[in-house]
Design a protein around this ligand. Structure first.
Ligand SMILES: [Zn+2]
Length: 200
């Protein structure tokens, strides 16, 4: 989903002052790895990243449109990239404010673990982003994505069992219907945590 940021809440004299506004604008997730901030220590653990590096775009240091909500690791890995020579070669990060990450990344099956926790690229920008931000070399991300996948499988199993039960006891049983509705809701919430679509 593309992030649509609202009006500039500033101007502020320090980029950190934008962080609470960025948290809401970026839906409480890192702009790059899309990890929910509640899994990372909340607002205090998050950084204000400069999409266009501060070192070369001084004029955008406090520009609302250049400030991105980022986890500490993505922010560090991104550093001052893309550098001038990379930019000349057309290297760029996937920009969640311009493009839907779903059009760039997919989660593929990792045969080593049996889980969908291997990020693959659909575009050059995604390839560069995966490489620079080490998406496939960060155990925390891999474990989080594995956990989401395991949770989804478990809930799907419960849902299937509930449907079988409802068929046995009667399609209009209110308790069984409520249980199915709750499990479907849980499934939606679990799937919403997944950063990128599953490779089809
Ligand atoms: Zn991140």
């Amino acid at each position: 989903m593309i992030v649509v940021r609202g009006e500039d809440p500033g101007p502020f004299s320090r980029h950190r002052y934008y962080v609470t506004f960025l948290q809401v604008a970026f839906n409480y997730r890192c702009a790059y790895c899309l990890t929910p901030d509640c899994r990372l220590g909340g607002l205090e653990a998050m950084k204000v990243d400069h999409f266009w590096p501060e070192s070369r775009y001084q004029e955008l240091r406090l520009a609302w449109i250049n400030l991105y909500y980022s986890c500490d690791v993505c922010n560090n890995r991104k550093s001052d990239h893309p550098r001038a020579n990379e930019e000349e070669q057309g290297r760029q990060f996937v920009d969640i404010c311009q493009e839907d990450p779903d059009d760039h990344f997919q989660l593929a099956l990792d045969f080593a673990t049996g889980d969908y926790c291997l990020v693959t690229h659909l575009t050059e920008a995604a390839r560069y982003t995966i490489y620079r931000l080490h998406f496939n070399r960060r155990p925390f991300l891999r474990d989080l994505w594995r956990e989401i996948h395991a949770c989804e499988r478990r809930t799907l199993g419960q849902l299937e069992s509930a449907m079988v039960l409802r068929n046995q006891i009667g399609a209009t049983d209110p308790q069984a219907t409520q249980l199915i509705s709750d499990l479907e809701h849980q499934l939606d919430q679990i799937r919403a945590l997944r950063p990128f679509p599953i490779a089809g």
